[in-house]
Design a protein around this ligand. Structure first.
Ligand SMILES: Nc1ncnc2c1ncn2[C@@H]1O[C@H](COP(=O)(O)OP(=O)(O)OP(=O)(O)O)[C@@H](O)[C@H]1O
Ligand SMILES: [K+]
Ligand SMILES: [Mg+2]
Length: 684
């Protein structure tokens, strides 16, 4: 068992306990409140039927002379009550896990004090008073008081309160690993954090309300299905209301409880009772995989994804791109080369920049800090793909992607060293990232940045392919490096030298072809693309901007987690479809149980429909009604777990499920109702 599974089974056992069941039973009664019930029109109609039969159980002749027998009325009202309670229980049990998880999370939100920095002095303020833009100091052993970005320092942080993962993660200023979450703990060193969220709007707050289901909104798919089900219900209501006119004409009367029983059996109570549980359980399954989905819509969209776009660094590779070698090019001697390598990175706060200085130290080169004195800092940007300094004496130092530096040098009238391309290609073919270093119009050499592909990528992309999903890697890196990494990781396509706007263009292109696109990313430059995609999955280790733009966050920062989300989305859609099919197919058996029972006495010809040979009209109606009620709790496990999904074409899947749940929906109630009838007839 790997740690991921262990974590889940742990969570499962602590969350699916007796407390949840007891609470769900209580909630089932609370949810009887008609003002809450109205939100589920199908079950609300059942509740109205229940109220009427209760009155008739007490006063059998309340609405009509010669009403049905009191005993029958009591039986119908009890079965109806249980029908509603079962439906409520389904929803309550689905909500239960989330509520339990939310209360665990709330424990890590206990109020604490923050070391607020204010023009050099430190004051202690309650963390609940921190606003966007405040800067706090967090020392070893202290809890980070709010969401923010590390602006100075480097520390390892224990994020287990949020991710459940006990290994601390490194957080550092600059680059894509600078975002920290309130409620997590600094286990070594100290950092300065600039707060990025206002009180009540933190990640933890969001997470709590998400798992609690407080913000749950019906998805467009759910609303559409609900509309269909309600229309169906109205049609049956109309049919049942008009029945007495025909029977009066034929000279006999049907009692009100019989009509109510018929209506409740015909309207889609099974799916009506399980619909919201299916949605909640789907979201809950996503959370169990340590993915936070901001909406059910996103999870459902994941179920229909055709294309997935990933960035390379930090997503497919580990992303701690480190300088591993300096390779000079052209005529420059080593000392000059190293001098400009150092100068190009003296003020580069990205992990790449700092790794350059570290490698220089390792190679015992003593660089001159004063070079940067009075210089203008040129920060790294994904658009320019360069960084460096404009020195005080007017000289310009740059390092960056080879093609970007080449263009820059050529625009200054420089020439490109003859051996540059060959050396750069050598690095790229090995999957590394070559950075060229230039001083004014002269390129002096290359920095070899090494990065490693995360293990298991190939198998994961293979799995996506079997699901019919195309993977495209979009990277800012050069085509050769991109090709090497793409091949190693096994993605279907790649696009190199990609700027942030190019990523959006790729997504829009796919969307224009009618495809649903998912994107995973971690960097600030990924944020616009994450927002454009139908499903945006941000890495928790990524920047705040990325996490805010996305509609899902993976707490484990594992981009291939999208595979699980896609499976869960597909499962959710399939489960809903299958149970709807099942619910409606049930009507055939109920029809053959109830209709002969209702008319047989008055119209003997109807007895030909009595193929089920049920004991008596009363037991036939009660059996159908009991089956209609107990099928709800029997299907709760399926609604919660979802239908098993194996990668195969969606056509084949649809046919298989239609057959299974359509045919099953016809056959199962015939057997079920017959068995219940046999049991009842022994009692009667
Ligand atoms: N600190 C830096 N200074 C100068 N150039 C850099 C620096 N970091 C990266 N580069 C160059 O800029 C390119 C683009 O970087 P960017 O972070 O936008 O994309 P990437 O990380 O290579 O790709 P991905 O989009 O897959 O994360 C890199 O491939 C590299 O050549
Ligand atoms: K029904
Ligand atoms: Mg990047």
């Amino acid at each position: 068992m790997n740690t991921q599974e262990e974590l889940q089974s742990q969570k499962g056992s602590t969350l699916m306990n007796n407390n949840i069941i007891i609470q769900a039973v209580k909630d089932s009664f609370i949810k009887l409140n008609p003002t809450l019930m109205v939100k589920n029109p199908i079950m609300f109609i059942v509740e109205l039927g229940f109220f009427i039969t209760v009155v008739l159980a007490i006063f059998p002749d309340a609405f009509e002379a010669n009403g049905a027998e009191r005993g029958f009325n009591i039986a119908v009202s009890i079965i109806l009550l249980f029908t509603i309670l079962f439906a409520n229980f389904a929803e309550a049990i689905a909500e239960g896990r989330g509520k339990a998880q939310a209360s665990t999370l709330k424990q890590s939100k206990t109020d604490m004090f923050a070391n607020l920095l204010n023009e050099g002095s430190i004051s202690h303020v309650p963390s609940s008073q921190l606003k966007k833009g405040d800067v706090v100091l967090v020392k070893q052993g202290e809890t980070i008081p709010g969401d923010g970005e590390v602006i100075q320092g480097l520390a390892s942080v224990d994020e287990s309160a949020i991710t459940g993962e006990s290994a601390p993660v490194l957080k550092e200023a600059g680059g894509d690993f600078n975002s920290v979450t309130g409620g997590t703990i600094v286990v070594s060193d100290e950092i300065r954090v600039k707060i990025t969220s206002n009180p009540g709007e933190s990640f933890l707050d969001k997470m709590i309300s998400l798992v609690e289901g407080a913000e749950r909104q019906k998805t467009p798919n759910e609303i559409a299905l609900n509309t269909v089900l309600i229309s169906l219900t109205l049609i049956f209501l109309f049919v049942v209301i008009s029945l007495p006119f025909f029977t009066n004409y034929l000279g006999f009367q049907l009692s009100l409880p019989v009509l109510i029983a018929l209506l409740v059996c015909l309207i889609p109570t099974t799916i009506g009772g399980l619909l919201s549980a299916i949605g909640i359980a789907g979201m809950d399954r996503v959370t169990k995989f340590n993915v936070l989905a901001m909406s059910g819509k996103a999870v459902e969209a994941a179920g229909d994804i055709n294309t997935i776009i990933l960035d390379k660094t930090g997503t497919i590779t580990f992303g701690n791109r480190m300088a591993s070698e300096f390779i000079k090019a052209g005529e420059a001697d080593k000392d000059i080369f190293y001098k400009w390598v150092a100068a190009s990175s003296l003020k580069d706060e990205t992990p790449e920049g700092r790794s350059v200085l570290e490698l220089l130290k390792k190679e015992n080169y003593h660089y001159d800090d004063t070079l940067a004195a009075g210089a203008e800092i040129v920060e790294f940007k994904a658009e320019t793909r360069m960084s460096g300094l404009n020195l005080q004496d007017g000289r310009l130092v740059r390092k960056g992607a080879v093609d970007a530096i080449k263009q820059w040098v050529l625009s200054k009238g420089g020439i490109i060293p003859a051996d540059l391309d060959k050396k750069a290609n050598h690095i790229a073919q090995a999957g590394g990232t070559p950075l060229a270093v230039a001083i004014d119009s002269r390129i002096v050499g290359l920095i070899y940045l090494k990065d490693t592909v995360k293990p298991g990528m190939r198998e994961r992309f293979e799995e996506l392919r079997r699901m019919g999903i195309k993977s495209i890697m979009c990277t800012g890196d050069n085509p050769l490096t991109a090709a090497t990494i793409a091949k190693e990781a096994g993605v279907d396509e790649f696009i190199a030298e990609c700027k942030p706007e190019d990523k959006i263009a790729v997504i829009k292109q796919e969307q224009a072809k009618g495809k649903l696109v998912a994107m995973t990313g971690d960097g600030t430059n990924d944020a616009p693309a994450l927002a454009q995609a139908d499903v945006g999955l941000a890495m928790n280790c990524g920047t705040t901007a990325a996490k805010e733009a996305a509609n899902m966050v993976d707490l484990d920062s594992n981009p291939t987690k999208l595979i699980e989300v896609v499976s869960i989305g597909k499962q959710l859609l399939m489960t809903r479809g299958a149970l709807t099919t099942f619910s409606i197919a049930n009507d055939i058996a109920k029809y053959f149980a109830i209709v002969p029972a209702m008319f047989m006495v008055a119209i003997p010809e109807v007895s030909r429909l009595n193929i089920m040979e049920l004991h008596s009209p009363v037991s036939a109606i009660l059996s159908a009604l009991i089956f209609n009620a107990v099928i709800i709790p029997l299907l709760i496990p399926l609604a919660m777990k979802g239908i098993a999904y194996k990668p195969m074409s969606s056509d084949a899947l649809l046919k298989k499920n239609l057959f299974l749940y359509g045919a099953g929906g016809v056959v199962v109630p015939f057997i079920g109702i017959k068995v219940i009838d046999l049991l009842i007839s022994t009692v009667l």
